[in-house]
Design a protein around this ligand. Structure first.
Ligand SMILES: Nc1ncnc2c1ncn2[C@@H]1O[C@H](COP(=O)(O)OP(=O)(O)OP(=O)(O)O)[C@@H](O)[C@H]1O
Ligand SMILES: [Mg+2]
Length: 241
């Protein structure tokens, strides 16, 4: 499988000369679901935001489909095939579902056809087109945010904690939905706090700690790693001081 997104030696942060990310490397393979986990403050959201051009990059490269997109502007993302679903404020609550979708579809020549495809993919949204997005359940709100990100047919979708604030059952449903999207050809980089659920649906996992690569491997191997289990899955700590 070829790489659709490559992060090479990335340094990025909010304040000049104070990098949060240090020498971060990551590869997202075509059609895969790769998850990034790690403790609070590890730099997971910063990494996603640096890829999306929201946090300044001081060193390293971001390569999307073989093209250097380091420090991309947000308005350049969609035409290049990159989509970003932020953790919060990812929909317009006071607008209806139809209006939210119309906003992201407005530049597409085939927007009516694309809208029908999206509503076929996410039937609960089709039933509520004229409802205000703020009135949706938490799971449906994430569904709308994902539908909006997919509107422009991205090749790579970045998602920051789509399961945050949801009940365990709905969180599992949102992650199942995320998994199912890879069958449509989109490759997904997923930040998650919900480590067990993320590893259940992911192909590959990267662990970040203190802004650096800590460990990575196939999700099933990470799931059975005793140290990972001890630290991230609430198991007994092996060999802890
Ligand atoms: N807007 C900001 N300005 C300055 N520093 C920030 C900003 N946002 C985050 N940071 C700092 O960057 C570091 C990494 O934060 P980040 O949000 O990337 O972590 P995270 O791994 O996503 O954590 P969480 O699991 O809590 O979401 C933290 O030390 C944080 O305090
Ligand atoms: Mg975060």
């Amino acid at each position: 499988m070829s790489a659709v997104l490559q992060i090479e030696g990335l340094e990025a942060g909010y304040v000049r000369d104070l990098p949060i990310l240090r020498q971060v490397n990551l590869t997202l393979k075509q059609g895969s679901l790769t998850t990034i986990i790690g403790p609070n403050g590890a730099g997971k959201s910063t990494l996603i935001k640096a890829i999306a051009g929201i946090v300044p990059i001081s060193a390293g490269r971001v390569v999307l489909n073989g093209r250097d997109i380091t420090g991309i502007r947000p308005d350049e993302m969609a035409p290049l095939g990159l989509a970003y679903v932020p953790q919060t404020d990812n929909i317009f609550r006071t607008l209806t579902i139809a209006q939210n979708l119309a906003l992201v579809l407005r530049r597409l020549p085939d927007r009516a056809a694309r809208l029908r495809e999206l509503l076929d993919t996410f039937p609960p949204l089709a039933e509520k087109l004229d409802d205000r997005a703020g009135a949706l359940s938490g799971g449906q709100r994430q569904m709308l945010a994902v539908a909006m990100a997919l509107a422009t047919r991205p090749t790579v979708m970045l998602m920051d904690e789509p399961s945050a604030g949801l009940s365990p059952k709905i969180a599992a449903e949102v992650l199942d939905l995320t998994r199912s999207l890879t069958a449509t050809g989109v490759s997904i980089l997923l930040v998650e706090q919900n480590v067990k659920q993320a590893l259940r649906v992911a192909d590959h996992c990267y662990i970040l700690a203190e802004g650096r690569n800590r460990l990575d491997g196939p999700a099933d191997q990470i799931l059975s790693d005793p140290e990972v289990a001890a630290i991230y899955l609430g198991g007994r700590r092996v060999g802890a001081a």
